[in-house]
Design a protein around this ligand. Structure first.
Ligand code: AMP
Ligand code: MG
Length: 484
């Protein structure tokens, strides 16, 4: 791996130089060999789990890597915290993959830093495994996300509500720049750093905006909004609930980041919340677009001083983007729903039918994934078609009529639906069973089997059926916890 670290060039207000704290007995637990190939991890290392464990626990720092903990702020559940930062993570540096794309390599759980605020800087095996599996599942589903290269167990206990095995997860991301990174400098009135950050983000993520000056910052807001809309629409396509959409967990590159309390919605219910700390349902399934709009408002506020020195004039330019968010989201959301139901282009008159389908799902307490899979299969099976028709009544006939009006074959429609409706998702009860096995036996078999199936989310393989079952209690009592 050839490390560089362009983030260092931004200056010392952006980070603290920090070394990971060595762990007692690192052991490679999960390894993502496909991602390792992409990242050009040398074959010598790939054959050598002992060396990999040393590198990806933080015990051994490769030459060229200069570990840092990055500074950021953030709104947590709506409350502003002016300084958060990497309290248990080290950015090892950036590497180029085989396609020339740059990636941050970050260790999480690698020891305390300047930003730890009393935390131990460590991570338990459960949250590390959850992040690895969930992010790989999301990637396979085609949803922008950070990736996971490795989970290494540390041989040390971490003390949470109980004593748990410790682990370090290696996160691979387009970058770790968050809305909270902008807030950190805006809150300090450090507009020079803020401008440098914006220019850095444009150069690194949105180079097409370079030519846009003096409009580049407003365009940056517009582009980041577009990315976030696409992201949340994609979450909602598969029933993903992020669970902790704080501004420090909102990546300006538009990737899903931070898999702490995330979960998958089973039965379709817009109000679904699983996170134990989200008592008000702020981050409920159907609230995600509104929260993203709120996060984008916070992002835009940071950029106002760069857009115009006269704040009224700056607001005048930015406000329409925030006001329009709702409509813009709705259009993207309707197109997505349309694709789930085989519509090539959603027309305004389709809206009623699309929402009527969702309403039926909700009233009938139907499983989101299974129902759309059955609707897909109903195109090619009279038996399934007859069954599912009972659930949707005349809407089903209206839908089939609408499909027939399209100028394409049923086979083509079937393909569109197949590519938008997964046959399997990382269901919560399976995720928990896998985590429990990792915690108690340190046996990776269940995790590897789960990953194999999740890497083929649109195509049933032999083992898929073992993961399609519904939880016995309908996840009524299911709760997730922040991975701290
Ligand atoms: P998160 O809930 O993972 O988004 O983290 C929010 C903030 O808490 C970040 O600044 C983290 O670095 C910090 N944090 C979370 N867990 C720990 C820990 N075990 N030790 C130190 N800092 C932590
Ligand atoms: Mg976080």
């Amino acid at each position: 791996m050839n490390f560089s670290n362009s983030y260092l060039g931004l200056g010392s207000s952006f980070y603290k130089k920090e070394q990971p704290t060595a762990v007692q007995a690192p052991q490679l637990f999960l390894w993502n060999s496909q991602l390792a190939e992409q990242l050009l991890v040398s074959n010598d290392y790939q054959q050598d789990p002992i060396t990999l464990a040393e590198i990806f626990s933080g015990n051994r720092i490769l030459s060229g890597s200069e570990p840092i903990a990055t500074a950021y702020a953030g709104h947590q559940f709506g409350n502003f915290v002016p300084q958060l930062g990497d309290g248990r993570a080290h950015l090892l540096g950036e590497v180029l993959d085989q396609y020339g794309k740059g990636w941050d390599i970050q260790l999480k759980g690698s020891g305390p830093t300047f930003f730890s605020r009393g935390g131990d800087g460590r991570c338990a095996i459960g949250p590390a495994v959850r992040e690895f599996i969930m992010s790989e599942a999301m990637d396979a589903l085609g949803i922008p996300t950070t990736r996971s290269l490795a989970v290494v167990t540390t041989g040390e206990p971490v003390f949470r509500e109980t004593v748990l095995p410790g682990a370090v997860v290696t996160r691979v991301a387009s970058s770790h720049i968050r809305v909270g990174t902008f807030q950190y400098f805006a809150a300090r009135g450090d507009f020079e750093s803020l401008k440098n950050l914006c220019d850095y983000v444009i150069e690194r993520h949105y180079p097409e905006l370079e030519a846009e000056s003096p409009q580049r910052y407003i365009k940056l807001i517009d582009t980041v909004i577009e990315k976030q809309i696409r992201l949340v629409v994609e979450w909602m396509r598969v029933g993903f609930i992020h669970g902790v959409m704080n501004t420090d967990n909102t990546s300006v590159a538009g990737e899903t980041i931070d898999y702490g309390p995330c979960a998958m919605m089973g039965v379709y219910n817009p109000g679904t919340v699983y996170s134990s700390i989200d008592r008000m349902g702020r981050y409920a399934f159907a609230n995600q677009p509104t929260i993203m709009q709120w996060n984008m408002a916070r992002f835009s506020e940071c950029l106002l001083p760069l857009i115009d020195t006269d704040s009224e004039r700056a607001i005048e330019q930015v406000q329409p983007l925030i006001v329009e968010f709702g409509n813009r989201f709705k259009q993207a959301y309707l197109q997505m729903l349309g694709r789930k139901l085989g519509l090539i282009a959603v027309q305004p008159e389709d809206e009623k039918l699309l929402f009527s389908f969702l309403n039926c799902l909700e009233l009938g307490e139907m499983d989101y994934t299974i129902t759309f899979d059955r609707l897909t299969k109903s195109l090619n099976s009279e038996a399934i078609s007859d069954q599912i028709k009972e659930a949707f009544g005349e809407d089903y006939d209206l839908w089939r009529l609408r499909l027939n009006q399209q100028d394409v074959s049923i086979e083509e429609i079937y393909q569109i639906m197949k590519h938008n409706n997964p046959v399997v998702i990382p269901r919560n009860h399976h995720m928990e069973a896998v985590i429990e096995q990792c915690e108690t036996t340190r046996d990776v078999t269940k995790a590897e089997n789960f990953l194999k199936v999740l890497r083929s989310p649109y195509q049933e393989i032999e083992e898929t059926s073992q993961y399609q079952d519904l939880p016995l209690d309908g996840d009524k009592y299911y709760q997730t916890f922040c991975g701290t």
